[in-house]
Design a protein around this ligand. Sequence first.
Ligand code: GDG
Length: 455
Amino acid sequence: MARLVIVSNRVPPPRTRGAVSAGGLAVALQSFVEPGTLWFGWSGRVTEETGSVPEMTEGDGVTYATIDLGSEDYDRFYVGFANSSLWPLLHFRLGLMRYTREDFAGYLSVNEAFAAALVPLLRPDDVIWVHDYHLIPLATALRARGFAGRIGFFLHIPFVPPSVLEALPPARELLHALCTYDVVGFQTRTHLADFLDCAHRFIGFAVEGDDVVTEGRRVRAIADPIGIDAAGFARIAARTVSTAYIQRLRESLAGRDLAISAERLDYSKGLPNRFDGFARLLKRFPQHQRRVSMLQIAARSREDVAEYQALRRELDRLAGDINGRFSQFDWVPLRYMTQTVPRTKLAGLFRIARIGLVTPLRDGMNLVAKEFVAAQDPADPGVLVLSRFAGAAEELSDALMVNPYDPDDIAEAMHTALEMPLEERQARHATQRRAVFEVTSASYCNVFVDALTAA
Ligand code: GDG
């Protein structure tokens, strides 16, 4: 068997595997990596210069190799091109996109540095699986250094149609870079179709079925939705409800229903619209005042990017506004916290919630939606309110679907969820549960690695 090499921007440090992590990619892959795997990426540390010799650590038979980023590279590659150009662009937020040629040059040079540090660790028959938008040019850089084995790429976030992608000055260069891989994976058929459209339209490559045909080469494009360890998460959730932590929450709710949301504090997740939706629920359906409490967990993220600081201020203001308007002396409608919650506790919180509110403006997949479904008690399940613009909407069509740009739609769905009879909750949950147990983190990884091995 060839060795699998995983490359991602962030690498979970071995000691904390399985512990607190508020990032989708790490959560999904952690349950898959087998002994013998090499996992390469950024250490998470910012130093004077970008490292050239990886620091090696071992954990459970997996070798982790990481390099530090120099502070200028961190600014241009991570804060700049990856998170201020690509992230907003690929979430359809052209108004938030900032681009400079210097940032793009920094992005390319960090990808070169990754390749230079990785190549000495490689064996000729390794199979390399590269993750996410930070590392699109990595295959080109590895090929230039002579690596001839298979390389695949998976994009965790959405892909956009040609009319959006063309706003990015180096769009063609990135499409060429994507077409250097042997396999390119997307979360949904929609993202895949948009990629094929862009490859054809902007760089003139032929598309045959789901393959892009370039000069004498074929790039397999696949839709491979990411999943979770559903059985594991369900077990943790069931166990956690009897802990003192959940008991404390129950006491504080005093019989009221709980609506829950948890994610990284990110503008793609649609938090202001959701807060507005909750306020409209309380205003338009006042029978729910004092009957429901909302818990928003928003783990702080990318605090060096200006838009994230602005979002945090906006949410502080909105949360204060809602609580000022609706609180009564014995009830506060919105509980808003920006600390991360350990994963086991999160699972228990999901299980006792009556509503899971997952309303991103755009999302590659959204694992929280799947975790919420897995965590429910099938005999008395909560209701998932889900954005049509999350990749998960393709699989979870029995959720209460909303357009997150319309806060009244969110309010009405919350009202429907709070009034929904038990039988309907059970029926909707049963089909969603089947979907979540069928496409798991393991099946996601197997589909990708099989496609890559067959390429
Ligand atoms: C990207 C794409 C795609 C959240 N808050 C806490 C916490 N979390 C965990 C969740 C979940 C993970 O973080 C977040 O995953 P998502 O999928 O929802 O979102 P992104 O981080 O944006 O991930 C996304 C994903 O990649 C995978 O391909 O689905 O579309 O944007 O597991 O539970 N975990 C803990 N405390 C928190 O406070 N422990």
